[in-house]
Ligand binder design. Structure first.
Ligand SMILES: Cc1ncc(COP(=O)(O)O)c(C=O)c1O
Length: 459
């Protein structure tokens, strides 16, 4: 298929879900009611929903068949063993602890290993990871390479950890205060950018020297492995599962949201090698999620994930997935819209700060752009910037490193004509950019404010 330029979806559509094509006036009313927060909009009022790629993908025929097969025995269900087998085929950690989604794995792990006075470095913490670290009283520190903080900087592995910064950080803080080093693959908050195998090896070497465990936040492990296959010297001849197993072999454990590269609508897990740590985590799991052979999941969900993990490492799927994301990013870049380059795996990130220079970061240019895309074309994206990361635990607010709007592409859900429509709307909104207002926040919670804050446009 490499002979042809057109990206075809490597599947046929076998059941369809209608989209309601509402008007700008209807969306204006919806925005007012939602306090201009796109998380509060009814999904029926959205035309193309790019809010997240998390749990929003279409499942395959074989996953639905797995759902029918799901065995709901409380303990030791065959569906648990199907799940365990699929997870360990890619991530051969000694202990796999199923959870209802990724943040539950984070909560259990950090509640067990972190606390006041400690710090957890990461290339870039995702919002739930940061919040779960901070909830224990520990500090969440981002140490991505400098290129990873510059939207326009081109680098094949822009999600890499800054190895020198990691070494100095461990030296300064002392290994005893660092319960784990994390690497997020791909780096969602930094633009869905991959981490190279060479960088993972270098992080491992530093962790070994300081005797600190290394964990992967592996939500998009297959997309990361595809980038390694495509971009890293000497990797193109290897199979994707082989690359994934090498990534896993460098870590002491992982947290995972199966709503991404598990190709499932719900689910996650925590995996570790350390027996004593596993026991402490399982005890907490029983308290908050459920028995260790189902975690927070039904047997049918375990089956959907087991099958999803087999499908996500398929090269035809990954080629289509990464090329179709690049199709959107390259089209926006070609019409002069600033985006995070190179295009990441699961999403295209528009640099709202560069596109709307008349809106200062504390008036939320990302929010302004996301609201405008929704109002004009019914496209729901997600602000990843000062709204999401600007508020600190002491109540102060500073601009985030970047103000981005993420257009995350649900897996196997939209066709190329949906994406052509998105390109047309984004172009139109970008042309009117100078007229867009900034926003102020009129109501917000103390943590993860982007989910529930209410906004008001500034005149
Ligand atoms: C990198 C990363 N880590 C963790 C999570 C949390 O996973 P979940 O939404 O399943 O709780 C996400 C979800 O978007 C993510 O992208």
């Amino acid at each position: 298929m490499d002979r042809w330029k057109t990206i075809i979806e490597p599947f046929r559509i076998h059941s369809v879900e209608p989209i309601q094509l509402k008007t700008v006036e209807q969306r204006d009313a919806a925005l007012r009611e939602a306090g201009w927060n796109l998380f509060a909009i009814h999904a029926d009022d959205v035309i193309v929903d790019l809010l997240t790629d998390s749990g929003t993908g279409a499942m395959s025929r074989d996953q639905w068949a797995g759902i029918q097969r799901g065995d709901e025995s409380y303990a030791g269900s065959p569906s648990w063993y199907a799940f365990l087998g699929s997870v360990q085929a890619l991530f051969p950690f000694g202990h796999v602890i199923p959870t209802h989604q990724g943040r539950a794995a984070e909560k259990i792990l950090f509640a067990t290993i972190a606390g006041p006075g400690m710090a957890v470095p990461n290339n870039t913490h995702f919002d739930t990871t940061r919040a779960n670290v901070e909830y224990t009283g520990a500090e969440a520190v981002d140490l991505v390479i400098p290129e990873g903080r510059i939207p326009a900087a081109n680098h094949p592995f822009k999600g890499n950890m800054d190895i020198a910064a990691l070494e100095s950080f461990l030296t300064e803080r002392g290994a005893a205060n660092i319960p784990a080093v994390f690497v997020t693959i791909t780096n969602n908050s930094g633009g869905g950018q991959p981490v190279s195998l060479a960088n993972l090896h270098a992080v491992r070497e530093v962790c070994d020297r300081f005797a600190v465990p290394l964990f992967l936040d592996a939500c998009r492990f297959a997309e990361n492995a595809w980038f390694i296959h495509e971009r890293e010297d000497g990797q193109s001849g290897r199979s994707i599962p082989d690359i994934v197993r090498e990534m896993a072999s460098l870590a002491d454990g992982m947290t995972m949201s199966a709503k991404k590269d598990g190709l499932a609508n719900i689910g996650g897990w925590l995996a570790v090698n350390d027996d004593a740590l596993a026991e402490r985590c399982r005890n907490l799991l029983i308290l908050t999620e459920g028995f260790p052979t189902y975690g927070g999941l039904a047997g049918r969900d375990l089956e959907a994930i087991a099958q999803g993990l087999r499908e996500v490492v398929d090269e035809d799927y990954l080629r289509y997935r990464i090329r179709s994301t690049a199709y959107l990013g390259d089209a926006l870049e070609a019409c002069g819209i600033p985006t995070v380059r190179p295009v990441g795996g699961h999403a295209v990130y528009i640099d709202a700060r560069a596109l709307l220079p008349h809106i200062p970061p504390l008036e939320y240019p990302g929010q302004a752009l996301a609201v405008a895309l929704y109002r004009e074309g019914g496209i729901r994206g997600c602000e990843i910037g000062t709204v999401m990361f600007g508020l600190h635990t002491d109540g102060t607010e500073t601009p985030a490193a970047m103000d981005l709007v993420r257009l995350a592409i649900p897996r196997r859900t939209y066709t190329q004509s949906h994406i052509d429509y998105v390109i047309e709307v984004v172009r139109w909104v970008a042309e009117q950019g100078g007229d867009l207002p900034g926003y102020r926040i009129v109501e917000q919670p103390r943590a993860l404010r982007h989910f529930t804050a209410r906004f008001q446009p500034l005149d």
